[in-house]
Design a binder for this molecule. Sequence first.
Ligand code: ADP
Ligand code: 5GP
Length: 187
Amino acid sequence: MNKKLFVVSGSSGVGKGTVLKEFLKRNPDFMLSISCTTRKPREGEVDGVNYFFISKDEFKKAVQSDKFLEWAEFAGNFYGTKKKFINQCLEEGKNIILEIDTQGALKVKQQMPEAILIFICPPSLEALENRLRGRHTEDEETIQKRLMEVQEEIKRAESFDYKIVNDNLDNAVLELEKILSGEQENA
Ligand code: ADP
Ligand code: 5GP
């Protein structure tokens, strides 16, 4: 059984990217999957590094030709995980992490029940909103769309294997390390 596929999910602004960046600095043997998205790049984001930024047409074609392991619409944009990269990593025995939304996480679990799902929670809903706003990357309409997803995301998190509260960043990273190393020992 392969237990080397980990999915990290959580509401927008909870700190998934921040926790994973720190985790990957300390654990360079893990690969982070690079998703495709139709959202516009944020300032500083690089094509092929943060995401593969593609058009809606390209995304549609990739869906039609069954290129995605999973894909979802989130707050008005499309996001998808390419099968090819994931299969290649798994064949090579690499540890892989997907940072994807909760809908995508559940789709991965359906197809790969051995995948381990981890939900990152905020210390409070107020802190979540403050973080999302404090990042200054989205306009008000986009922030509202993202906040409207939160209740559904919390419901979906009930089916996840683990939850981590991202209050203190260092503790959250340590907790993720503990979960991933424990799961690898069981694999
Ligand atoms: P996500 O990837 O989940 O959308 P980010 O990693 O972009 O979230 O984090 C959103 C904002 O919250 C960023 O400005 C980040 O610096 C901040 N942040 C992340 N983790 C913490 C934490 N533990 N305490 C305080 N602020 C945090
Ligand atoms: P953002 O626009 O903030 O980068 O991402 C918005 C949401 O889309 C986040 O919850 C992020 O985890 C999720 N996401 C990123 N890539 C994928 C993907 O390939 N598939 C799915 N389902 N969600 C993704």
